[in-house]
Design a protein around this ligand. Structure first.
Ligand code: PLP
Length: 454
């Protein structure tokens, strides 16, 4: 599937046999979903999860066995490499030791395939014919399209319009895998039509694409909605990343003080950090777990902890989460994978309890970090991953200035080879600044302060 697999250095670390379910280790956490308010024009959705996935999403067992068939698929590209960024350390003149987990080695180019493969497997077993989803930057859509090819499912993807236009090659990757890709908002659904009626030039957002995909799933026969992030089972599937990283670091006699990952809805962050959370609880270590988000979509650092919907029209059940409001449409920044209004309920709860940290950065400082990393390491990170790199570089510089060594691990969640248009904008000084985006966040927070249910 992927040529980098053959050149991977041999290690004793294997693909994990189980996924890790952090809920088992969160005393006091109660999973809560509420049905949407009965309002005119709103209708309940038919259940989307097969029993197999539903059981995972409500389980309180710490470890859930990975079926042999899924594990065999994972072995096509896992374990992914753990790499020490020595050249970056040197370029920064830092005593910090910097490691990254290279999820870009997956055939789809990001961590998202870890859950796409698992979901396609379970949906196929449940007799589903077609999966539909919403995608931002296109990483989730690409992963799901590939997984549907593996399990012989049809696939329809609502792709956020600004990404559809910024990244035509992402669409081609999905179409090459047999998926149908529709720019969102579209006229194919009532949700899309109502949003276009308000704003014909709407750039789209993940919550809008998700409204459209939910409607499509609700109306079709044998069609189900597949979630790319945020839901408990997606967080669960991604924990192969952190379990491998923990074993790989141990093999090197290393252990991170700080573990960093970008946060869209939270599966990338949870995937890398939750196994370290478990280890910290078991050993009494204090490991800093840091989620990095864009200043244009800062749900953890600026949002409100309240009940909210997952989609723009409010047809999905409500969950308690840090949110900017489900009607908030983030600016068309280049890290499309982070443009989602809310954080996963589990991660939100942990943030509320002070168990994980969060920071936010602006676009230019993120791209600057991405370029610094690429020039040092010769790996071009996805703009989403560059958010994590921004924080890693800041920590490493701090380590230099204070003379305190620190071991840092981050997730290189995806490569940036489909994002060169955005890098070109940065390099030619054409990147939009964040001031308009931040003003829109302020407005969303003002709206939310009036409507939030607490
Ligand atoms: C989607 C994506 C993210 C964010 O992942 P979440 O699971 O939504 O938090 C980060 N990096 C890349 C490369 C992505 O595609």
């Amino acid at each position: 599937m992927n040529t980098s697999v053959d050149s991977r250095p041999a290690t004793g670390v294997q693909v994990p046999t189980h996924w890790y379910n952090v809920i088992a280790d969160l005393a006091g956490y109660v999973s809560q979903d509420r049905r949407p308010a009965q309002q005119p024009g709103r209708h309940g959705l038919k259940p989307q999860l097969p029993l197999s996935i539903y059981r995972q999403s409500v389980s309180d067992e710490p470890y859930i066995e990975i079926p042999a068939e899924i594990r065999a698929q994972y072995e096509n590209w896992r374990p992914t490499p753990l790499v020490r960024a020595r050249r970056l350390e040197k370029a920064l003149g830092t005593p910090a030791r910097i490691y990254y987990k290279y999820e870009a080695a997956s055939p789809s180019g990001s961590h998202k395939l870890n859950s796409a493969i698992a979901q396609a497997y379970y949906y196929k077993k449940a007799g589903v014919r077609e999966l539909v989803t919403g995608t931002g930057a296109g990483q989730w859509g690409t992963a799901l399209a590939m997984a549907c090819t593996v399990y012989d499912l049809e696939c329809t993807v609502y792709m956020v319009r600004c990404s559809y236009e910024q990244k035509p090659h992402r669409r081609v990757m999905m179409e090459l895998n047999g998926a149908r890709v529709i720019p969102s908002p579209s006229v194919t659904t009532e949700a899309g039509k109502s949003i276009l009626a308000d704003d014909p030039d709407c750039a789209g957002s993940l919550s809008v694409a998700s409204s459209e995909a939910h409607e499509y799933a609700n109306e079709g026969d044998g069609v189900r909605y597949s979630a790319g992030s945020g839901d408990n089972h997606v967080l669960l599937h991604q924990t192969v990343i952190g379990q491998e990283a923990l074993a790989q670091m141990r093999e090197l006699g290393e252990y991170p003080d700080t573990v960093v990952a970008a946060l869209g809805a939270g599966s990338n962050f949870a995937g890398l950090t939750m196994p370290f959370y478990r280890d910290a609880v078991a050993t009494g270590r204090s490991t800093r777990l840091v989620a990095v988000e864009p200043k244009s979509c800062p749900k953890l650092t600026r949002g409100v902890y309240t009940w909210d919907h997952h989609d723009a029209l409010g047809n999905t059940p409500m969950s308690k989460m840090y949110t900017l409001g489900h009607t908030f449409i983030p600016s068309a920044i280049h890290a499309g994978g982070l443009r989602y209004h809310g954080a996963a309920p589990v991660i939100s709860w942990m943030y509320h309890k002070g168990l994980v940290d969060a920071v936010a950065y602006g676009q230019s400082e993120v791209f600057e970090a991405g370029v610094t990393f690429a020039r040092a390491e010769q790996v071009i990170p996805a703009p989403e991953s560059a958010h994590a790199i921004r924080h890693v570089i800041d920590r490493a510089v701090r380590a230099r200035e204070t003379g305190t060594p620190e071991t840092i691990l981050f997730n290189l969640s995806g490569h940036g080879l489909m994002d060169l248009g955005s890098y070109e904008k940065y390099l030619t000084g054409m990147l939009e600044d964040d001031s308009a985006a931040e003003a829109e966040v302020e407005q969303a927070l003002a709206r939310l302060s009036q409507t939030a249910i607490r």
